[in-house]
Structure formats: C-alpha cells, structure tokens
Design a protein around this ligand. Sequence first.
Ligand code: BGC
Length: 330
Amino acid sequence: MKRKSIIYTALSFCFIISVSFSFYYYIQAQKYDQQIDRSMETTQELPEYHFILIGEEMDHDYWRLVGEGAKDTEEHYDVYVEYEGPRRSNPDEQLELLDIAIKANPDGLIVQALNDDFLPMINKAVREGIPVITIDTDAPDSMRSTYIGTDNYNAGRIAGETLAEDTNGNATIGIITGSFTNAHHQLRVQSFRAALAEEQNIEIVAIEESNITRVTAEEKAYQMLQEHPEIDAMYGTSALDGIGIAHAAASLNIAKDDLYVIGFDTLPENIELMKQGMIDVLIGQKPYEMGYRSIELMLGMLNGKSIEKTHYTDVNIVREQDLIEKSDTP
Ligand code: BGC
C-alpha cells in the first residue's frame, strides 16, 4: 500500500515537472515570436502606394499578362499591386470584387469596365476619393480618370478590312463573339460590320456568343457551320473564340483552305493553331503593356501630372509569316 502511494507521488511529481517545463517553454516561444514580429515591424517599410487591379479572369493567358505587367512595376516603383479577378469570367463576381476593393480604400483602382453595371461602382470609388483607371474595356461615361488599352472600335474595323482584303471581297461570314453584353465585344462587332457594310459580295449570316469559354465557342461554331454550310469565313472577337472556331472546323473535317479564320490575341494556343494553318489572322493586343502602363499612369496622376482621357495601346495584324516577330512579352 505504502509502495503504491510512493509510486503515485513520484508519478504526480514527474507530471507536474513536465507540465511546468512545457508551460515555461511555451511562454518563452511566445516572447520570441513577439520579438520577431516587433523587429519586422521596424525593419519592413510598406510601399508608398497600394493599387488594386481587377481583371476579367485569373485563369486566362491574356489576363495573366496584364497582371504580370502590373506586378512588374513593383520592381521599379514604390508600389504594391494587388491583382485580382474571378477565376473564370463572371461579371457579377467581378463587381463584388470591385466593391470589396473600394472598401479596402487603396490609393488607386484599375478596372476592366465590362458593361454598364460597372459604371455606378466606378463612380462610387471616385466619389470616395479613389482614382480609377479603366483597362482593356472602357467606360467613357463614368468618372474614371483615363483608359488604357486597345481602341476596340478600331480593332474591329481593322479585322473587317483585313478580312475583306484577304477574301478579295467575297465572303459569307459567321461571327463568334465573347459576349453580347460586354462593351468591347460590342464595339469589335459594330465596327467589323461597319467596315464591311459597303462590300457587295460579303454577307454576315450568323452571330453567336461564347461567354468567354473555348468550349462554348467551339459548340456555337460547330452548330453555326452545320446550319450554314455556306459560311467560308469566321470572325472571333475574344481571345478564345478563334480556338473554338478552329476546333469546330477540324471536327467537321472542313479543309483549312475552305474556311478563313480571323481572331484576336497572339496567345500561345492561337499561335500554335496559326502554325497549323487553322487560324489565318490574329489581331494582336498588348496586355502586358496595358498592365504596366496602367500603374505608371496612376502614379503620374497621383503625383500631379495631367493625363489624357484615353491611352490606346497598339494592335497589330499577325499572319503566319510574321510569327518570327517578337510577341507581347516583357
Ligand atoms: C479581350 C479580353 C477578354 C479575352 C477573353 C480579349 O480579346 O480583350 O477582355 O477577357 O479576350 O478571351
């Protein structure tokens, strides 16, 4: 009995000792963490400016370049750039992100103004003292300070004129557009139509939207080509539409020479299809430059520089023979 109680006492003693050690080391660890935090606070200075850029889609090569351009300014200026967007194109989610960004009260916001719903949100930001620059897609009637990106009306006109020239003024056209409601795609279609309006032997017989997905672009192009076997030229207004058109044509065994395809953006997938002869022409944009210059413009503005209302980046017409030329990379 006595031996049992000695064992219990010894065990209890060991237990108390080990708990005390654990507690002691826990307190020491906490103190150490606090010291580190304090020393980081004193040595790490925050950049002078915090900007937020909200694009259409994170999981997209075009928007990746826009984001890279903007983020690369961190190496040359005293800025921190937060680059955000929905994973997949989703205007409602994009608007929500914009709302959250306004609440974060950054020094400036860079926003793709997809449609009219973005206008009140842009104005709200400006009224709250946050300057806004639109990128890729403009909202000229909003209170934004300036726009950086393609002149989308002009780009659509160039596409129309190029098609007319390449087909010698003879074509039956189907259009796949990114979205019927997105401002830049509307402009790219309007000006394309206008450029071809006077052509006697060119007709646009169908138009469908892809919702910025290559799968829908392919489905819509497939249906269209089946319903309109007379189509011998197709125009895709967003980066993924040309890809969908090319794949649909391949599934329907349409010979490359029997379908002229003109699309947007010199992204790797588009270039590959061009090399295979499945896309004839690409209207190249400058997404990296848009991102980089949007931050420079914002900095200029915040430092009292007067800036123009629009800053159009170049577009170029790319054909297979031009592929050796440098693409839009840093
Ligand atoms: C447009 C972007 C769009 C992308 C979609 C580009 O041509 O400029 O706004 O997000 O296509 O694929």
